[in-house]
Design a protein. Structure first.
Length: 438
């Protein structure tokens, strides 16, 4: 027989929505059952207590659907139907627990217990496998990376084998790849765009990074091929356009100097302005010089790139090229090749704090380095799909680590300078056409 205060308490509880987890107001924990766990540490004790609380939540859900055990309830939604073996997710592993069963009173089938559905979800397993594998833990050592939950739990745990972890990781990286390649870009207002290639075994992945008007960096897309060619890069940028990226606005494309990248950017974007990576240019020139000239040449090139105007910088670089041309014509030719494109940010008057970010491809190189670091334990690349999955997972992880670029408050000024550059060029072309017609 129930007491009056128990009836009042039940009446005072608000009606729960279907599928809402029922939490008992009080749970009596049997210390005798978890006494051994206490000897193994606080975490094992907490796990034992948590399992008892979970069992109480199962009982609360059953009572909500069926009413108090042993009492007639004409308005019940279901009736108890014993129990069967089930399992829940616990700290990156699956643990066997008894699952109460409830059948619908109208005979329509079995009813779900919201608390069991919550604790039995395997989504967290895939996320944990992804995090540990990207952190460098191999699937063979996955179990060693789990937090200790007590000897009894360890002996009963499943889903920690190499094959099980590998399957979950594959599924998680497939989800990451789909998320990266399906995200709509209609609301993205890019001011700068970068693209580069990264090699995984015999496979080449071309990746793209964008910097928006607020200074946030966005991993955009990835394409896989055998080489970093114009067709591959064009397909990547065309895919961005198909996903809603506005390619009609003026944009600064920071590239490493590869002709395939430059050609693809100019083919797809309506108003691109190329900034050649100064770091790559310095390296290319250094590689064509003897050791004794490399340091001084690099220092003079850096001084030129940090000049107060593009005109002065061009003069300093041309003077260096003339000096090198007498003894090292290959280095001089490399310095002159694409010289104007290495000075684009100076022509636009980009302030030094923002220029430090846009004078090189360091932002996208940083993202690529994170992808390489996460995949350093991979010994055999089976196919291009595997390379895409690992690279996409690394790009999304890099996106979580990104901070806004230095000098981001100057990005509206950069946008205005880009628009002014193309407006001036359009006016000059129109004037030439008028003069030719006359």
């Amino acid at each position: 027989m129930s007491n009056t205060y128990q009836k009042d308490r039940r009446r005072a509880q608000p009606d729960r929505q279907p599928g809402e987890v029922a939490v008992p107001e009080q749970v009596i924990v049997s210390m005798a059952e978890i006494a051994e766990s206490a000897k193994e540490g606080l975490l094992a004790l907490a796990v034992g207590t948590g399992l008892q609380v979970m069992a109480a939540m199962f009982g609360e859900d059953g009572e909500r659907l069926c009413g108090p055990a042993g009492k007639h309830n004409a308005g019940r939604a279901g009736y108890r139907h014993g129990s069967e073996a089930g399992s829940v997710t616990l700290g990156g592993r699956r643990v066997a627990v008894p699952r109460p069963r409830v059948r619908a009173a109208d005979g329509s089938g079995e009813l779900h217990l919201p608390s069991y559905d919550l604790f039995s979800s395997t989504e967290v397993l895939g996320q944990l496998a992804l995090e540990k594998m990207l952190a460098g833990l191999s699937s063979r050592r996955y179990r060693a990376g789990l937090e200790p939950a007590g000897q009894a739990i360890e002996e009963a745990a499943v889903a920690t084998s190499k094959s099980a972890v590998s399957r979950r990781f594959v599924a998680a990286t497939e989800t990451a790849l789909a998320k990266l390649m399906s995200r709509r870009l209609d609301d993205l207002d890019l001011v700068a765009f970068m693209t580069d290639g990264v090699h995984f075994g015999e496979h080449t992945c071309v990746v793209a990074l964008g910097i928006d008007i607020d200074g946030a960096k966005h991993p955009l897309a990835i394409e896989e091929g055998s080489t970093e060619n114009a067709t591959l890069v064009t397909d990547l940028i065309t895919g961005l356009r198909d996903r809603g990226l506005d390619v009609t606005k003026p944009i600064l494309a920071v590239l490493d100097g590869a002709k395939a990248l430059s050609r693809a950017v100019k083919d797809v974007f309506d108003k691109p302005l190329i900034q050649r990576c100064q770091q790559h240019k310095i390296k290319n020139v250094r590689d064509k010089l003897p050791e004794r000239l490399r340091t001084v040449t690099e220092r003079r090139m850096r001084q030129a790139y940090h000049a107060e105007s593009a005109l002065k910088a061009e003069g300093l670089l041309e003077q260096l090229a003339r000096e090198l041309g007498k003894t090292h014509p290959g280095a001089a030719a490399s310095l002159r090749e694409g010289m104007a494109e290495t000075l684009t940010i100076l022509h636009l008057g980009v302030p030094p704090t923002l220029a430090r970010t846009l004078r090189s491809t360091n932002p996208i190189e940083s993202m690529i380095e994170i992808c390489r670091e996460h995949s350093k334990n991979v010994k055999r690349w089976r196919d291009g799909t595997m390379a895409l999955r690992w690279c996409a997972a690394g790009m999304l992880e890099a996106g979580h680590q990104f901070r806004r670029v230095n000098g981001r408050l100057h990005l509206p000024k950069l946008r205005a300078a880009l628009e002014g550059h193309f407006s001036k060029n359009v006016s000059a072309v129109c004037q030439d056409e008028i003069e030719n017609a006359a």
